[in-house]
Design a binder for this molecule. Structure first.
Ligand code: TYM
Length: 318
């Protein structure tokens, strides 16, 4: 079974990325998995070239620290076939369906102008997936609409030009598919959120994690301080219980918010400790990290060449 997933280097990786994507990616990782850094996608919003380069290096090191290496690891822009197939798929997608993409609408809201690439973003993502004939895409819940679009484009292309692509399935984890911001638990915990106070980053040391969890919003309008899930009236408490369970703990028997926060802190620190330790070791040897990604890109260029060639031929090029 071929698994594929990418993450965009627009900020430091978060606990949301970890529970929603990285951990399931690690569980699924085999020699037939392709996991990448979506640096081209990072260019769809305002960016700083030097900061992007640093974030790609950090992410490259972190993916290894998480333990994804049974998979082929690569950087998207090192495999030019992604851009080329994206263009062929732009000729398959319609402006109407891209206009309906929630992420495009959200990122475009209230800003005077957006990059044209933000509009075509989901088509590049479809190219990422279809180029590898991926059968499963392990992602968080927020990517559902993009994977649906990918399926539509694959079916449409196959129907119009012949059976070139595999129609992928989404795979979201049972726990952790949507981790919310600790300060604003009705919004997703996201790399590019304004303030970092509600975000746990994978490289946050234990005392920072403790402080962020201690300050997490728990108050509810109901005034009841029971430790139980209720997404409508206790989104903060519900999120903390979700995080605890996703990290292998349980809220059963916890009688106060203080006890819940202590349990969450311990579970998260324990989940991240081995990753942080491996990161510290790997960061001392950046050349070995670079070598892994150079070999990965070479393998990706090989496995994707026949798929791109088939797509080109089917659509009438060459
Ligand atoms: P990105 O970089 O925003 O997020 C990377 C992965 O982390 C998941 N995720 C979350 N899961 C649970 N709770 C959260 N708060 C949370 N925040 C992020 C995302 O669902 C994702 O799985 N468009 C993609 C990158 C991409 C891609 C692809 C993914 C590009 N090409 C091909 C899969 C296949 C994105 O922006 O993810």
């Amino acid at each position: 079974m071929t698994h594929l997933s990418l993450l965009k280097p627009t900020g430091h990786l978060t606990l949301g990325n970890h529970l929603g994507a990285l951990r399931p990616m690690r569980e699924a990782a085999t020699g037939d998995s392709y996991y990448g850094i979506a640096d081209l996608h990072a260019l769809t919003v305002a960016h700083d070239p030097a900061a992007l380069r640093a974030l790609v290096q950090e992410m490259a090191t972190l993916l290894l620290a998480v333990g994804l290496e049974p998979a082929t690891l690569f950087v998207q822009s090192h495999v030019p076939a992604h851009s080329e197939l994206a263009y062929l798929l732009e000729c398959t997608a319609t402006t109407g369906e891209l206009n309906r993409m929630i992420q495009f609408k959200e990122k475009g809201r209230g800003v005077p102008t957006t990059r044209a690439s933000l509009f075509t973003y989901p088509v590049l993502m479809a190219a990422d997936i279809l180029l590898y004939r991926a059968e499963r895409v392990p992602v968080g819940d927020d990517q559902r609409q993009h994977v649906e679009l990918t399926r539509d484009l694959a079916l449409r292309f196959n129907q119009a030009y012949g059976p070139v692509f595999t129609v992928p399935e989404i795979a979201t984890p049972a726990a952790g598919a949507r981790v919310m911001d600790l300060q604003d638990p009705t919004t997703k915990m996201g790399k590019s959120h304004q303030s970092g106070a509600g975000i746990i980053y994978l490289l946050d040391p234990p005392d920072i994690i403790r402080r962020k969890v201690a300050r997490a919003v728990t108050d509810s309008a109901t005034g009841s301080a029971a430790v139980r899930r209720d997404r409508a009236t206790k989104p903060g408490v519900t999120n903390l219980i979700d995080i605890l369970e996703a990290c292998g703990g349980s809220a059963d028997g916890l009688s106060s918010y203080g006890a819940l926060k202590t349990a969450v802190t311990e579970a998260v620190v324990e989940e991240l400790a081995p990753i942080q330790k491996r990161y510290a070791d790997l960061a001392c040897d950046p050349a070995s990290v670079t070598a892994v990604y150079a070999a990965g890109a070479e393998r990706c260029r090989e496995v994707t060449a026949p798929v791109l060639a088939a797509a080109r031929a089917a659509i009438g090029l060459g």
